[in-house]
Design a protein around this ligand. Structure first.
Ligand SMILES: NC(=O)c1ccc[n+]([C@@H]2O[C@H](COP(=O)([O-])OP(=O)(O)OC[C@H]3O[C@@H](n4cnc5c(N)ncnc54)[C@H](OP(=O)(O)O)[C@@H]3O)[C@@H](O)[C@H]2O)c1
Length: 223
């Protein structure tokens, strides 16, 4: 039974927790306000869940999910995440997060930045182009004609392999969209993000048809 640390107990964190528990895992969940504020969620999730600080969840997890928007100044526990696969569900949304010029200019993807912030971890972008509640309702057994696919991007093949096993347990196929520099292909607004239900061939086609928007001096160019 794997213990999964989950930092972020909002829409994504709690639905990944539900899927993980349904598949026999234990979860340790954290938010920004402290474990004492997660009582009702832990009660609802049952004995396979407990609450901790972000550092506590990171330390407890064999691997860790970060379901928290990216901040330019790192707010994740680097030391406790060292050596671990870190599944980052963050989608960069300038309307919510503010504009990050280093991302808008195309210099770095948001997940390359997360990797830089966590240099001793193995960051993998996953679960970003599915609405959180679908994680527990859209899974299908392997080989089903209507089984959907989700992407994973990382600079570490072993991190993609871990996500592939997790997706498979949750009922999804995987399309490897590595490395992290290519992770913009599933960004909000791209075809793979817009079309939520995608079989593996559809997701591969949508990743290939992505077009990168680069913004400099207030001018947006599609490259
Ligand atoms: N919602 C979706 O369907 C969906 C799907 C795919 C990807 N995403 C992306 O996944 C990320 C999370 O989305 P969400 O919808 O789950 O957000 P959300 O509902 O707003 O939840 C965010 C969670 O992160 C916690 N948090 C924020 N800063 C933290 C910190 N420094 N340390 C620990 N916890 C912290 C918040 O805790 P407090 O409440 O205590 O502040 C909250 O529990 C976003 O980047 C989003 O774009 C969302």
């Amino acid at each position: 039974m794997t213990i999964i640390g989950i930092i972020g107990a909002g829409e994504v964190g709690r639905h990944i927790a539900r899927a993980a528990i349904a598949n026999g895992h234990q979860v340790v969940l954290a938010n920004s306000r402290g474990p004492e504020t997660l009582g009702s969620l832990i009660e609802e999730l049952g004995p396979s869940a407990r609450a901790a600080t972000a550092a506590g969840a990171a330390a407890a997890g064999e691997f860790v999910v970060i379901a928290v928007p990216l901040k330019m100044v790192n707010d994740m526990p680097v030391n406790e995440l060292a050596g671990k696969v870190v599944i980052d569900t963050n989608n960069y949304m300038a309307v919510r997060d503010g504009h990050y010029p280093i991302i808008d200019s195309g210099e770095k993807t948001e997940h390359e930045l997360r990797q830089e912030q966590l240099p001793t971890s193995k960051v993998v972008k996953a679960f970003t182009h599915i609405q959180a509640p679908r994680i527990i309702t859209w899974g299908r057994p392997a080989g089903s004609a209507d089984r959907l696919a989700l992407s994973a991007s990382s600079d570490f093949p072993e991190a993609v392999e871990l996500v592939t096993r997790l997706y498979d347990r949750f009922g999804f196929d995987t399309v490897d969209n590595s490395p992290l520099s290519e992770s913009w292909r599933t960004r909000p607004g791209q075809p793979a993000w817009m079309q939520e239900r995608q079989t593996r061939p559809e997701l591969i086609a949508n990743l290939a048809s992505a077009r990168r928007a680069v913004q400099e001096f207030g001018v947006t160019t599609i490259i």
